[in-house]
Design a protein around this ligand. Structure first.
Ligand code: NAI
Length: 455
């Protein structure tokens, strides 16, 4: 038996961050990963999709530079080359995580780990036929695509007609017709990418809007911008069957068929907890997600669950913070997890970035708010750098306290600006305090400051 202080199952952003922090705190750590270090985020999610989207942005700029006085002849897009570059980017970053683990003397076990119980040396895990024990256990097993009960979907996944986020990033040719099932984050980012590089994309979404929890107005603007690029949307539409090269969906009482060369299944993700042996130590799981408190503790003392495995936010950056909170708690440091200022970004062009309450969620909580709408045309930099685009920033301010409760943006750089807004929320600043900050000029982010003078 190999004995450690901390066992971490799962080597994605949550797991590798937890392993690093625990090791930095002087603990002897073993990290188990059956696929590649970096998890979905680094290997088949955030990083590869951003590499592709950035290449598409260059292509778009080259083709549509005329309005800016730049005409480029003979622009070509080599999708296979872009995918090859994506593989290199992933390889570099995965190696970087490996070096970090080495630097912190974390023992990385490249194998599936199964929890087998608890003994005198702590929780026990079996990997590669070897038993590992540790007094503390961190579950960071991530999530996997949820597969809805659509007729033919399993067969489609098996024969490669239906793809998930994993396979679509490795396509070396651009499908002529791509049907995307689900207009959430993955669906929209991939729809934007493939439409830009040559596919004809149809997004079928059950809800009456795209981008789920996003502010209604921002979501409508994003839809409009994507439609301008040529993406077609079927909203209030439910996919019911997939067969041959056809996707069937119901919309407004009608049955509609759409032809496709490939189908992307992006209907949400579910925590990966089945078959892990959680029941051997009595960890409570609700609808597949490990139930945790604000220290990321499970119901079993000394067992923590972080990242997608607890199903709370399913974002890499939330997993990082959860990892820190769990390890800090383990090390006896005061810390707790707060979820009211979690930023989210959709990396389309234009980008969408949001943090905190929307008008709807504030109202649902019974909070009386002022809503400020700032058209992006208030930003000199944005006007200088865009053409024929619409953009908006919405600020949600509590009437009674004048505290900023939410910021929602659709514009270039939104994903880079939003952490400033996150800081304002986290520090619980009121708008008079924020007005005292000096924003650089000209920047797109200045619209936040501009908006505060509109109340
Ligand atoms: P999602 O939950 O964002 O969206 C899934 C959508 O599919 C929903 O709008 C739902 O109404 C729709 N849907 C479900 N069944 C359907 C059916 N039969 N027909 C039509 N529509 C249907 O899930 P998604 O996009 O798969 O993303 C999964 C997770 O990955 C999310 O939690 C997201 O936060 C995370 N992610 C985050 C990214 C980012 O932060 N930029 C990028 C990619 C993923």
């Amino acid at each position: 038996m190999k004995i450690f202080d901390v066992l971490v199952i799962g080597g994605g952003p949550g797991g590798y961050c937890a392993a690093e922090r625990a090791a930095a705190g002087g603990r002897k750590v073993a990290l188990f990963e059956e696929r590649a270090l970096g998890g979905v985020c680094l290997n088949e999610g955030c990083v590869p999709s951003k590499t592709l989207l950035n290449a598409a942005k260059y292509y778009d700029h080259a083709r549509h530079g005329d309005a800016f006085g730049v005409t480029v002849e003979g622009v070509k897009y080599d999708h296979a080359k872009v995918v090859a570059r994506k593989d290199k980017v992933v390889k570099t970053l995965v190696a970087g995580v490996g070096s970090k683990m080495k630097g912190h003397k974390v023992t990385v076990v490249k194998s599936r780990a199964i929890i087998t119980g608890k003994g005198p040396e702590g929780f026990t895990v079996i990997a590669e036929g070897e038993t590992y024990a540790g007094k503390k256990l961190i579950i960071a097993t991530g999530s996997e695509p949820s597969v809805p009960p659509i007729g033919g979907v399993k067969e489609g996944l098996a024969d490669g007609f239906v793809l998930t986020n994993r396979e679509i990033l490795d396509l070396t040719t651009v499908p002529k017709q791509l049907v995307v099932i689900g207009g959430g984050v993955i669906g929209l980012e991939m729809a934007a990418y493939f439409q830009t590089v040559g596919s004809k994309v149809l997004v079928v979404e059950t809800l009456s809007k795209i981008a789920g929890p996003t502010d209604d107005e921002i979501s409508a603007l994003l839809q409009k911008e994507l439609e301008k690029k040529g993406v077609t949307f079927a909203l209030g539409a439910m996919v019911t069957g997939i067969s041959g090269n056809t996707v069937t969906y119901q919309q407004g009482g009608k049955t509609i068929e759409a032809k496709a060369d490939k189908v992307l299944l992006s209907t949400g993700r579910r925590p990966t907890t089945a078959g892990l042996g959680l029941e051997t130590i009595g960890v409570y799981v609700d609808k597949g997600a490990v139930v945790t408190d604000h220290h990321l503790r499970t119901n079993v003392p000394d067992v923590y669950a972080i990242g997608d495995a607890n199903g709370k936010w399913m974002l890499a950056h939330t997993a990082y913070r959860e990892a820190e909170v769990a390890v800090n708690h383990m090390l006896g440091k005061r810390d707790y997890m707060r979820y009211f200022a979690v930023p989210s970004v959709i990396y389309t062009s234009p980008e969408v970035a949001c943090v905190g309450d929307t008008e709807e969620t504030a109202k649902a909580r019974g909070v009386d708010v002022d809503v400020v709408r700032v058209p992006m045309a208030y930003s000199g930099r944005w006007v200088a750098e865009t053409h024929g685009e619409e953009g908006l920033c919405k600020l949600i301010v509590e009437k009674r306290t004048r505290k900023l409760l939410g910021v929602h943006m659709i514009c270039s750089y939104a994903g880079e600006i939003i952490y400033g807004a996150t800081l304002m929320l986290e520090m619980k600043l009121d708008i008079d305090e924020i007005k005292e900050l000096i924003f650089p000029h000209p920047t797109v982010g200045e619209v936040i400051r501009e908006g505060l003078f509109m109340i």
